[in-house]
Design a protein around this ligand. Structure first.
Ligand SMILES: [Zn+2]
Length: 391
């Protein structure tokens, strides 16, 4: 038996902190009061960068002996509420109605932090300190510019000599029900602009001009029709979408000099920026009929490479915990957008598993209280596999 606070208690307290990015809102201070008394060394570094607001973050570590170092990563900042009058219950009240906990950040992702905290407290109360280290890496800048958050916190920890063995990100990864999916990687994202330059002229004298609009239309058709790949065991097929074609020509009697097209690619681990750049340029150049036209490509610098976690031990043992608690075998997924896992993967193997994400960022964001309990049980079960209790 244990007197540790439940995940619901913790989640309600966190939701009651109005921590809309970049406000700390009391959320990190609350985690500090939760973790310090049970032996965690808590640091709350504030990071700055000109042009963005200062943001407070939290790193808390409990260390005992020489075992592995498990890090739980997440964020306490939340997106704005929108019109509060549209909410069934006030967004920062943390009230429960018909088995649902309502509030901004319940799903994304204060509920996940609450579940992991409760699981750790339960483990400590029942088994004492594990052989190894447990850390919380919690940022206040995930939903905002994300410059003063996870990237800097990871670097800050590395500068202090921290080495992580494995990481769990508690983002809401389940589309519909607990046990749907563990994320074991993410697709990459890359954006770019193609520019075709021709020769400006009068529409009545097209032979004296070189129209880049015609060429751009061909480039867009050719690249849109091309198949990048057919997907892999773990990834969907890569996809390139043109999102805009811009000429900016106001006149009716003018052939413009230049046309641009912007695109975004969501790609699997068969591709990187160089390969995608070569692919786009080759297809674009195939559409250029003569040296009267020029084509160039500009890529937006990206920190979102595709990645796949290859630690079978981490993935298998977490999957077993999900199966034991939910009775379901989770899909090993890589779909959806990017997340902070793309930064953590540079330091250690990382998986993502949290609550059901259906209502995140919406009016009336909520989670089932039962799901919060299920997630806590999964995290707890995983902790007992990762750090087998003594005796
Ligand atoms: Zn989130």
């Amino acid at each position: 038996m244990t007197n540790a606070p439940s995940a619901l208690d913790i989640a309600r307290k966190l939701v009651q902190c109005p921590s809309v990015t970049p406000e700390e809102g009391g959320a990190l201070a609350y985690l500090d009061t939760l973790l310090s008394p049970v032996g965690f060394q808590v640091h709350r570094p504030v990071f700055s960068e000109s042009g963005t607001p200062d943001v407070e973050n939290l790193f808390a570590k409990l260390s005992h002996g020489k075992g592995p170092h498990l890090v739980f990563a997440g964020h306490t900042d939340v997106v704005p509420t929108g019109d509060e009058d549209l909410w069934t219950l006030p967004p920062f009240s943390g009230e429960v109605k018909e088995g649902m906990l309502y509030g901004r950040g319940t799903a994304d992702m204060k509920g996940g932090i609450a579940a992991f905290s409760a699981a750790v407290l339960q483990y400590l109360a029942e088994h004492g300190e594990p052989e190894g280290s447990i850390s919380f890496l919690i940022t206040g800048d995930e939903e905002g510019p994300a410059t003063n958050g996870t990237v800097k916190l990871l670097q800050w920890a590395a500068d202090k000599g921290e080495h992580f063995s494995d990481a769990i990100v508690g983002e809401p990864t389940n589309p519909d029900a607990m046990g749907d999916a563990i994320k074991i990687g993410r697709r990459g994202s890359l954006s770019g602009t193609i520019t075709v330059t021709g020769h400006q002229g009068h529409v009545a004298y097209p032979h004296l001009a070189h129209n880049p609009v015609t060429i751009m239309a061909q480039i867009v058709s050719k690249i849109s029709a091309a198949v990048l790949d057919h997907g892999t065991d773990h990834f969907q097929p890569s996809n390139l979408e043109f999102i805009s074609i811009d000429v900016g020509n106001e006149a009716w009697n003018l052939i413009p000099k230049k046309a641009t097209a912007r695109f975004n690619v969501r790609h699997n681990d068969l591709w990187d920026a160089q390969k995608l750049s070569d692919f786009v340029m080759k297809n674009a150049k195939d559409c250029i009929p003569s040296s009267d036209f020029d084509v160039t490509l500009g890529l937006i610098p990206s920190n979102a490479d595709a990645f796949l976690t290859r630690s079978d031990t981490l993935i298998q043992s977490f999957s077993e915990s999900v199966k034991k608690i939910t009775g379901r075998t989770p899909e090993h997924s890589t779909d959806g957008g990017t997340s902070d896992a793309r930064f953590i993967k540079n330091y250690c193997p990382v998986i993502e598993f949290g609550l059901v994400g259906k209502t995140m960022h919406m009016i009336d964001e909520h989670i089932a209280v039962d799901d919060l309990k299920t997630l806590t049980d999964i995290y707890y079960d995983f902790l007992t596999r990762y750090f087998p209790p003594k005796g």
